[in-house]
Design a protein around this ligand. Structure first.
Ligand SMILES: *[C@@H]1O[C@H](CO)[C@@H](O)[C@H](O)[C@H]1NC(C)=O
Ligand SMILES: *[C@@H]1O[C@H](CO)[C@@H](O)[C@H](O)[C@H]1NC(C)=O
Ligand SMILES: *[C@@H]1O[C@H](CO)[C@@H](O)[C@H](O)[C@H]1NC(C)=O
Ligand SMILES: *[C@@H]1O[C@H](CO)[C@@H](O)[C@H](O)[C@H]1NC(C)=O
Ligand SMILES: *[C@@H]1O[C@H](CO)[C@@H](O)[C@H](O)[C@H]1NC(C)=O
Ligand SMILES: *[C@@H]1O[C@H](CO)[C@@H](O)[C@H](O)[C@H]1NC(C)=O
Ligand SMILES: *[C@@H]1O[C@H](CO)[C@@H](O)[C@H](O)[C@H]1NC(C)=O
Ligand SMILES: *[C@@H]1O[C@H](CO)[C@@H](O)[C@H](O)[C@H]1NC(C)=O
Ligand SMILES: *[C@@H]1O[C@H](CO)[C@@H](O)[C@H](O)[C@H]1NC(C)=O
Length: 390
């Protein structure tokens, strides 16, 4: 009897341990891929307690838009997952909640962005009197004020006391498209993230101008993804780390990057870091050889670094350029470290006036996400939201 009880207790202990060890984990490839795959019951392989299914095609589905699913989530610190069925969703998605929020797309190829089957599409351009924020396909910010770009060297003055938004927002296998016009005209954002931390994996962002906006206190980690644009298509005030990503040039305008630095009471690393990525013409019929600039200073304290990145022949022989009228000064950081490819013209870089080649000591200051992502108070190492398994 006692022995039977002991064995049963032992069994219970191990099953509990097993269920604990094997709790569904977004960072676990098998768990995530299992949920993203196709099956009769779309939630098979998902964490049923915390996952909402969105399907634009099935008329019976409770949620037909991504925004309706996002809006159903409580503003608390609990984790939620939204699984999105293959299809085109014509809508803007705004995420204001604080808790971990993961948007994942159905796919049979979860490790290849080019096979994504979910497109979230909007078409908007900034019009006079209306901030760029209103154009974005996806916005992650605690409220509208936090997401405003504003103008002038310091942009919109976000009111003091504005709370931080999502501490861990992520997308996997989704494309965000702003297809207002097939050329750059005015700001047309696909992503806007401010006062929030966001990880974007196997994700596509497509527009022509100001495609990816990383606003104030925004931290964006983009990996194994694709960003396509023409003019200043990575811009902002916050911090972006873009790794192993395809950067597709749809033409040349302004620069690939344009950032505004901020004077803080603490040291900051606000800026954009493009690392181990591939910069290339969108297709071979474009006539952009030697014409695209790596970036230009949106304000004098712009910080933009391309490191270990392949540059195709579209890139200007002298790399970065100045703004017109001139803003480049000795506070501006427009730099490269170990870039390569036909767009890395050694003699061009030697005569460049607005492009600096970093020494290994200089690069070491910025050489990992831990060194650049900060908490709102300036403390470095705000990386708990990064999926390191990718
Ligand atoms: C969410 O909750 C936080 C903390 O209570 C609060 O500061 C914030 O304004 C809330 N956001 C929304 C959109 O209600
Ligand atoms: C879905 O959107 C993509 C990207 O805009 C487009 O190429 C495709 O034709 C659309 N598919 C349908 C079924 O509308
Ligand atoms: C998202 O936010 C923008 C800017 O506030 C607003 O124009 C838009 O209507 C919002 N969309 C949704 C679906 O909440
Ligand atoms: C947004 O900012 C403006 C200008 O600072 C301010 O008047 C307004 O009260 C703010 N709105 C919210 C909801 O904080
Ligand atoms: C090449 O890319 C440009 C910019 O996106 C596009 O307008 C054009 O249609 C593309 N051409 C081909 C042949 O795909
Ligand atoms: C920050 O401080 C520097 C040095 O004082 C100054 O040149 C620059 O204009 C300031 N930038 C902003 C955005 O206030
Ligand atoms: C590219 O340039 C070539 C040679 O100048 C020209 O024949 C061709 O039409 C141009 N293509 C485009 C898309 O402008
Ligand atoms: C930056 O440039 C200003 C003049 O434009 C000069 O006075 C200052 O010494 C320079 N600072 C450094 C660190 O080179
Ligand atoms: C490399 O840059 C130099 C200096 O700007 C320029 O003269 C040369 O034509 C460039 N070479 C190529 C292949 O673009």
């Amino acid at each position: 009897m006692a022995r039977n009880f002991f064995i049963q207790a032992l069994l219970l202990f191990f099953t509990t341990l097993l269920s604990f060890v094997s709790a569904w984990d977004i960072n676990n490839h098998n768990d995530r891929h299992g949920c993203q795959g196709y099956s009769q019951d779309p939630l098979e392989g998902c964490d049923r307690e915390r996952t909402i299914f969105v399907d634009v095609v099935n008329p019976e589905s409770k949620y037909k838009t991504v925004q309706s699913a996002v809006a159903s989530l409580p503003n608390n610190t609990d984790t939620y997952i939204i699984l999105i069925a293959s299809g085109n969703y014509t809508e803007q998605v705004n995420v204001t909640r604080q808790g971990p929020t993961y948007l994942i797309g159905q796919t049979a190829h979860p490790t290849q962005q080019s096979y994504n089957t979910v497109n979230i599409i909007w078409a908007a351009i900034a019009i006079p009197g209306l901030d760029n924020a209103f154009t974005s396909t996806l916005t992650v910010a605690p409220n509208l004020n936090a997401s405003l770009t504003g103008s002038g060297p310091t942009g919109f003055a976000v009111p003091a006391g504005t709370p931080f938004g999502c501490i861990d927002f992520r997308t996997y296998n989704l494309n965000f498209i702003n297809d207002f016009a097939p050329y750059s005209d005015d700001p047309s954002l696909a992503l806007s993230i401010s006062y929030a931390n966001g990880g974007f994996y196997y994700t596509g962002f497509y527009s022509y101008q100001d495609t990816v906006y990383v606003g104030k206190l925004g931290n964006a980690y983009i990996k194994d993804s694709e960003v396509a644009g023409e003019t200043d298509f990575f811009y902002g005030f916050g911090t972006a780390w873009v790794e192993s990503t395809s950067i597709s040039l749809r033409s040349c305008g302004g620069g690939i990057t344009a950032w505004k630095g901020t004077n803080t009471t603490f040291p900051n690393a606000y800026g954009i870091y493009i690392v181990g990525s591939n910069v290339h013409a969108a297709n071979s019929s474009l006539n952009i050889t030697g014409k695209c600039a790596l970036g230009r200073p949106w304000n004098s304290q712009m910080r933009s670094i391309f490191a270990y990145t392949y540059l195709d022949k579209s890139i200007l022989s002298t790399g970065f350029i100045d703004w017109n009228p001139s803003r480049y000064n000795n506070y501006t950081v427009q730099a490269e470290y170990k870039d390569y490819g036909p767009g890395y013209n050694v003699t061009g870089r030697e005569v460049a006036k607005f492009d600096v080649q970093l020494t290994s000591e200089q690069w070491a200051k910025y050489s990992s996400p831990e060194k650049v992502f900060q908490y709102p108070d300036g403390k470095f190492g705000n990386t708990g939201w990064i999926d390191w398994s990718i």
